[in-house]
Design a protein around this ligand. Sequence first.
Ligand code: AGP
Length: 369
Amino acid sequence: VTAEKAGFDHFMLKEVYDQPKAYRDTMGARIDASGTKVLLPEVGMTREQIADIRNVHIIACGTAFHAGLVGKSVIETLVRIPVEADVASEYRYRSPIITPQTLVIVVSQSGETADTLAALREAKRNGARVLAITNVVGSSIAREADDVIVTWAGPEIAVASTKAYTSQLIAFFLLGLYLAQTLEKVEAGYVKEVLAAMQELPKQVEQVLAQADSIREVAEQIAKHHNLFFIGRGLDFATALEGSLKLKEISYIHSEAYAAGELKHGTLALIEDGIPVIALATQEVLFEKTVSNIKEVKARGAQVYGIHMEGNDELSKVVDETFAIPQTHQLLAPALSVIPLQLLSYYASLALGHDVDKPRNLAKSVTVE
Ligand code: AGP
């Protein structure tokens, strides 16, 4: 077993460190040699079929759903098609409006999650085309979907999903660009720029991982608390949700992720002296707004840890501690900003002496509804 962990103490930590390779492998031959085009032969739709799509539904559970939230933003921004993202267990029972012009995207690491599989079947019954993003070739979801984008993250053993999640983000970036390029919704120069930024990501993940010691220190502080908040806007809110789930799952510390602008609609009442707040502020256009929400929690005594993009040091003036991720394209930021949050939950779980790889009450793959 130690050998499988490649010298790491836990599968989760190994899988966190596998991410640069997982990004490279998932991008792989899907970016053409000139770096100007996305190649996705596994998406078997013709240009006409793609042009015929009226709406997109993204369906998944847990962490895969959080990847779906990023996917929604990416597709809406790049392709300008309406996208809804739902957790699979809700989707099936809310009588969703599915037509043959709906593209349904199911996201699942294992490809065996019962609710996601049932939603896929429901979508197909209604005549929709189903595209799966999965990590397991030959899984039930891969077999039943019309098109399959495989995330080449390699086997994920730890219950807490890390490299599968970030590989799903890469798959969504590629898919969004592919649809946009096919429908000529974006300039060729823009595609090239995003692809160049994507190719920098593996190296940038390594730069984040190199700062694990400073994240460990924060994790050890956080492990002393029973409650905390993650806040962010836009794509940072999706990352906040994922950071909060990861922390709950393996450290058993209660946390909530909040859209930063929603705080004053109730949640601010819970902010008291010393409560840790992890504030994500990687999105340039939302930066000032997030800063004003951070000031709201600071004024009520919160201990704020801010995550921002390098080169923007403004945050250090308002928060207690900052962590910088390398500069990247705005849309791609979640693929970097989640890394410190993965390490944060890992080290918090470790500090509390929990079973990191096998948290209580949870299974790696949920095959019952
Ligand atoms: C992630 O850390 C969780 N263990 C869980 O939310 C998981 O993402 C969810 O059960 C979906 O699994 P799947 O991707 O295999 O469908």
